[in-house]
Design a protein around this ligand. Structure first.
Ligand SMILES: C[S@@+](CC[C@H](N)C(=O)[O-])C[C@H]1O[C@@H](n2cnc3c(N)ncnc32)[C@H](O)[C@@H]1O
Length: 294
């Protein structure tokens, strides 16, 4: 039997491909990068990973095997050791960390063997730095989430044994709301924060320069909480910027932070690391616990 057309089909299917037309390299339009720029042809190293992201704020511990050239050492921060001590250890516990920045505190918490650390960071560059630190320091029990911790606290129906909110309260438009959201998710809170004080920062004190002078009175469970409005004055132009998501933010007064915690049922409130002369403004650590929801 003669099969028609087989030779033609064979030729079409198996014939050698025609040589591809070779085009001369075209110059890229001005300002456009070649994908080849995205490759690192150096010997693979921890330092290559660190060099990938600009604007590091913190130094890395020696075991990272790379340097950031940033001056601030927060991987051995006594404030976090104090927090862990107040908890009586965090081994096997669940921790939520707000605003990990570059994971220095995450690294410290991780050493105490919690069951898990969920660390929520909104800044894309900081998030990438956290992932690099996680890889270099083997933070296997830490998970970093990119996004707004307000929304996480509002919408994720999870509870934590401890919430660590270091360096975040004073970046909020409404810090009272953040305290309330944290209180919905844990009976144990650690905060390190700046606060406003007329006594510690009398008028003429350079640290008052960032405040607009506007004070919002926010009614809260019988309290009138004074929110002192502030701006970053363009500090966000720097890649190392580590503030909040909006230029407007408010500082509370020290005793009103404690009063808000109190109305939320935190009966055991301990303070430490009081610094009225901190270069950015008065600051303190607060460790607050309660036995049940209010
Ligand atoms: C001043 S740094 C504090 C870093 C670190 N926790 C510490 O104590 O040194 C504030 C961090 O919170 C992050 N952050 C601010 N607002 C946030 C938000 N709404 N959601 C998630 N991260 C936020 C910033 O990007 C930054 O990494």
């Amino acid at each position: 039997m003669k099969v028609k057309g087989v030779r033609g089909w064979f030729a079409r299917t198996f014939s050698a491909p025609r040589p591809a037309t070779v085009h001369a390299a075209q110059p890229l339009p001005a300002g456009q990068q070649s994908l080849f720029d995205e490759y690192v042809d150096a010997l693979p190293s921890a330092q290559n990973a660190v060099n990938l992201i600009p604007g590091w704020n913190h130094a890395l511990p020696p075991e990272a095997g790379a340097v950031t050239n940033a001056p601030i050492v927060l991987y051995a921060d006594p404030r976090i050791e104090w927090c862990v001590e107040q908890c009586g250890g965090i081994k096997g516990r669940s921790v939520l960390e707000l605003g990990p920045l570059e994971a220095s505190h995450t690294f410290m918490l991780h050493k105490h063997e919690p069951a898990s650390i969920c660390a929520v960071e909104a800044n894309k560059l900081s998030f990438m730095r956290c992932l690099i630190v996680k890889e270099l320091l083997h933070l296997s029990r830490a998970q970093f989430m990119l996004g707004d911790f307000h929304k996480w606290l509002e919408q994720m129906p999870r509870r934590y044994d401890l919430i660590v909110a270091s360096g975040v309260l004073y970046h909020m438009i409404n810090p009272v709301r953040l305290i309330e959201l944290m209180a919905h998710r844990s009976h144990t809170l650690y905060l390190w924060t700046h606060y406003f004080s007329d006594v510690a920062m009398p008028s003429g004190d350079a640290r008052r320069g960032a405040f607009s002078g506007e004070v919002e009175e926010f009614p809260y469970h019988g309290l009138t909480v004074r929110l002192h409005k502030r701006s970053y004055h363009g500090a966000w132009r720097n890649k190392a910027f580590c503030g909040g998501m909006h230029d407007e933010h408010s500082w509370m007064e020290r005793d009103q932070i404690l009063a808000v915690l109190s109305v939320l049922g935190f009966h055991d409130i301990r303070t430490a690391h009081e610094m009225t002369d901190h270069p950015n403004g008065p600051s303190l650590s607060i460790f607050a616990t309660r036995s049940a929801d209010p």
